[in-house]
Design a protein around this ligand. Structure first.
Ligand code: SAH
Length: 216
């Protein structure tokens, strides 16, 4: 059952958004999405709900985390999604980023490699009436059946840019992916040019859980 979204939560959310604006999230559609989506409903342990509107990452079980709201905001802003665009998300996790993508009007396809998380988050998103096509699988391979995508977002730290993701990007499409090992990554903004070549711009340092190669 969903945890209630009270005026207190809404107030905390407004405060969080004011803080994120100062941190460089300025896209109005993204700010509106962050204001709208009840982040506390994506927390596993209700004891920690009061932490839901602080700019921190948090454990969601299975050794995974819900990303910082500022990171979710920044990645979404970098994607600059137009309504109805096809977006592939690698690392469904708690579903919070999925919900933000939904709120900015994306048509979402999302892959999670941990079965328990996949099952839990599928149920949660359904109960929140957030429409997204989810699968349990390996994000390194992308999702060929639904390719090509306008945008791709990777929400775990990748040791390299998986070639399948570049292949499954439309011309002029954009892939946002944190790349790096040893717990630190640089955000890579990858664009596919008219001639099919890849252009990469790097934007800032982040700490994500690793994009894992083997299922456990
Ligand atoms: N977007 C999530 C962030 C979750 S953390 C959120 O907002 O909560 C990253 C997620 O990527 C974890 O759930 C992890 O299990 C998943 N992951 C790791 N390696 C993966 C892979 N190869 N394919 C798909 N998902 C993967």
């Amino acid at each position: 059952m969903l945890i209630e979204d009270t005026y207190r939560h809404k107030g905390l959310r407004n405060r969080m958004v004011d803080d994120l604006l100062k941190k460089g999230i300025t896209d109005l559609k993204v700010l509106e999405a962050l204001r709208k989506v009840p982040r506390h409903q994506f927390f596993q342990d209700q004891i920690f709900i009061q932490k839901a509107y602080e700019d921190i990452a948090f454990q969601i079980g299975e050794g995974q985390t819900i990303s910082h709201p500022s990171t979710v905001g920044l990645q979404t802003q970098l994607l600059s999604i137009q309504k109805g665009e096809k977006v592939l998300e690698i690392g469904t996790g708690s579903g919070y980023q999925t919900a933000i993508l939904h709120a900015v009007g994306a048509k979402i396809f999302s892959i999670e490699r941990q079965h328990a998380l996949f099952v839990r988050t599928k149920k949660l998103l359904e109960s929140m009436q957030i429409k997204a096509t989810l699968t349990f699988g390996d994000g390194y391979l992308g999702w060929p059946a639904f390719a090509p995508f306008d945008k791709i977002i990777v929400t775990a730290g990748a040791p390299f840019i998986p070639p399948a993701l570049c292949e499954q990007l439309k011309i002029n499409g954009k892939l946002i992916i944190p790349v790096g090992t040893n717990g630190v990554q640089l955000m890579h903004i990858v664009t596919k040019k008219e001639n099919g070549e890849i252009d990469i711009v790097i934007d800032g340092e982040f700490k994500f859980v690793p994009l894992l190669a083997d299922r456990n």
